[in-house]
Design a protein around this ligand. Structure first.
Ligand code: MG
Length: 164
């Protein structure tokens, strides 16, 4: 059985993952509006991945005999200044999520809840990958520039992302 404190913390993390999914979908809509289908494709897959994170937590809470309570999802940001700005926001967001996962892990340590700690190891590793992927794309955009040919090449590269 999950402690009350962890139960609440997991409910909140499910909400953060769903809010992430919603943010990425909003970013994808921006990319479509900029005629960047490759960027939109990458962000739409990211939206699905975040839903997967939420479901992983949802399943765990159920398995531990607690009841998931869904919380409201805030309206996501919808205006971005440029493709570089978009990925600055992605990186900033993933760093925020890393902080939240770390805090959740600290709660699992305080509560001496070992199954939660094991589950969260997966999320801790996942956040390393999320930040690295966002950072790599941002650096490439900054290096190549975000206009004309360079932007088209970047869009084609992002279009090749497969579901992982
Ligand atoms: Mg996530």
């Amino acid at each position: 059985m999950l402690s009350q404190k962890l139960h609440q913390a997991f409910n909140e993390q499910i909400n953060h993952e769903m809010a992430s999914a919603y943010l990425y979908l909003s970013m994808a809509a921006y990319a479509h509006s900029m005629n960047l289908p490759g960027f939109a494709h990458w962000l739409e897959l990211q939206n699905k991945e975040e839903q997967g994170h939420a479901m992983k937590l949802y399943k765990f809470v159920n398995e531990r005999g607690a009841r998931v309570e869904l919380l409201p999802i805030p309206q996501p940001k919808s205006d971005f200044k440029s493709p570089a700005h978009l990925f600055e926001e992605v990186l900033k967001h993933e760093r925020k999520i890393t902080g939240l996962i770390n805090r959740l892990y600290e709660t699992a340590l305080d509560e001496k809840d070992y199954p939660s700690q094991v589950l969260l190891h997966w999320f801790i590793e996942e956040q390393v990958e999320e930040e690295a992927a966002a950072n790599e794309i941002l650096e490439t955009i900054r290096m190549a520039g975000e206009k004309g040919h360079a932007l088209i090449m970047m869009d084609r590269q992002l279009a090749r992302r497969g579901m992982n």
